[in-house]
Design a protein around this ligand. Structure first.
Ligand SMILES: C[S@@+](CC[C@H](N)C(=O)[O-])C[C@H]1O[C@@H](n2cnc3c(N)ncnc32)[C@H](O)[C@@H]1O
Length: 217
């Protein structure tokens, strides 16, 4: 996983010309980086702005996020919710619940976001809602499973967005140089590309976002 496939100069220029993080997101970003050795997992300023912009454009009633981590992307995605809309987010690591909860509250989103703790494959079938927008950002080996689980819950015209689909550029390396996660991303990208029920765009932002629009059941 990487923070960017762009040169540092272009990355800095891009960030400079993107709406700055709110004070809450900046504090969450800072605390995650101070306290966690795996802070590269956090979406961050520019990708967070992309997610917020997409959510604003889609204006969803219901969002599902798979992979809360410390709550950064959940807070970004929730900005686009319709009034009284709701975001469900799933995280397997219970130690992350409190930090995510505190920043969700600080962002004024406590009633708009439900945090689920547990394995996504177990929890997704228990949420009896359809989702205009799904963000997949958890264990790479299960992306295909998550896609299949959420697909019936997304209405025609709804969106599924998946993160890390370029996997630090490994997806274009020779097979012998690819990690297990990169091979999982290749399989996921091929599955989406072969799916006649969707339009799809691989957006080369940060570590790669696959944007899928459902056009048929
Ligand atoms: C890349 S991080 C998510 C980052 C977050 N979406 C953001 O942008 O700030 C992936 C998260 O998925 C969680 N995860 C891994 N396997 C999972 C599973 N089976 N079910 C739910 N969450 C899982 C990890 O614990 C980790 O916190």
């Amino acid at each position: 996983m990487t923070t960017s496939l762009l040169s540092p100069a272009i990355e800095a220029y891009t960030a400079l010309h993107t709406t700055p993080e709110t004070s809450v997101l900046a504090a969450l970003n800072r605390e995650t980086n101070l306290k966690r050795g795996d802070a590269v997992m956090l979406s961050g300023h520019v990708q967070g702005a992309v997610l917020q912009m997409l959510s604003n454009m889609i204006a969803p009633h219901h969002i599902l996020e798979i992979g809360t981590y410390t709550g950064y992307s959940a807070i970004c995605l929730a900005q686009g919710l319709q009034p009284n809309g709701h975001l469900h987010t799933i995280e397997v690591d219970e130690e992350l619940e409190d930090i995510a909860a505190s920043y969700i509250t600080e962002a004024g989103l406590r009633t708009a976001i439900t945090q689920h703790i547990g394995a996504a494959a177990d929890i997704i079938p228990t949420i009896d809602t359809s989702f205009d927008l799904v963000f997949i950002d958890a264990d790479k080996s299960n992306y295909e499973l998550y896609y299949d689980l959420v697909f019936p819950k997304v209405p025609i015209g709804g969106y599924i967005i998946a993160d890390n689909v370029l996997y630090d550029g490994e997806v274009v390396l020779p097979a012998a140089a690819q990690s297990k996660n990169a091979r999982a991303m290749i399989a996921f990208n091929e599955k989406v590309s072969a799916d006649a029920r969707v339009q799809h765009l691989l957006l080369a932002v940060r570590d790669g976002l696959m944007i899928v629009r459902k056009v048929a059941e």
